[in-house]
Design a protein around this ligand. Sequence first.
Ligand code: PEP
Length: 251
Amino acid sequence: MNIRKPLIAGNWKMFKTCSEAVETAKLLVTRIADVTDVDVMIAPAFIALAQVADIAKGSNLSIGAQNIFWEKEGAFTGEISPQMLVSTGCRYVIIGHSERRQFFGDTNETVNKKINAAIQADLIPVLCVGESEQERESNETFSVLDKQLTKGLKGFGLEEPKKLIIAYEPVWAIGTGKTATDDQAQEVHHFLRTLLEKQFGDSFAKAVRILYGGSVKPNNISTLMAKSDIDGALVGGASLDAEIFSKIVHF
Ligand code: PEP
C-alpha cells in the first residue's frame, strides 16, 4: 500500500500579474473542490502570494513560494525572509529550482541554508534536484543527484517526512516538451529514496514524497503516477491554466 498522499504542485514562475493570479486561483479553487485524495499546491510570484492565499483560505488549495532567503530580516535588498512568507499564508517553498541554480547563482550550499531557514519557520521545503542533458549523456546523473540531495539536506535530523518534499526535475525536461519516461523517472526516484533512507532511516524514506517535474501534462500524468516511487508532480507551464492544471490534479 502506498502510504504517501500524492501532491500535485504548480510553479507559476514569473508569469501572471496580481489580477491574473487572482483570477486563475479563483477558477482553480472551484475546479478542484471535489478533490480529497490529492494535495494541491500552487506557487505564484511573491507579489501575488497574499491575495492568492486569501482566495485559497478554507479550500483544499495550498500556497507555496518559489524562493526564500535564509535571514530573518536585515539589509538584504530585494530578498524575502521565511517569516515574511509565513505572514502571507504560505505553507510550502520551492528551493533550488534549476532556473535559480542556472540564472541566480543558487548552489548546493545556499540551497542547504534556505532549506534550514524554511524548516525553522515551519515551511515545507520542496527541494528540487535534477541533472542536465550533458550530465545524463556523460553518465553523471546519479553522482549529480547524490551531491544535490546530500549537500542540500546536510546537517538536518529530520523526523517528520511530511515536512519535506523532494522534486526530481531533469533539467532537459523542463519547459522542453521532453518528459523523462516513466521508467527513467522511477529509476531516479528509487535512487533518491535509497539516499534518503541512508540519511534519515527506513520509515522516513518510505513516507517522504518525491515529485516528478518536467513537461508534465494531462496526457502523461497517469503513466508517471502509476510508478511506485512517484508521489506527485511539480508542474510548470501546464499549471498556468486552471482547466489544464485541474485535469492533472484529477489524473
Ligand atoms: C518546472 O518549472 O518546475 C517545470 C517542471 O516546468 P514545465 O512543467 O513547464 O516543464
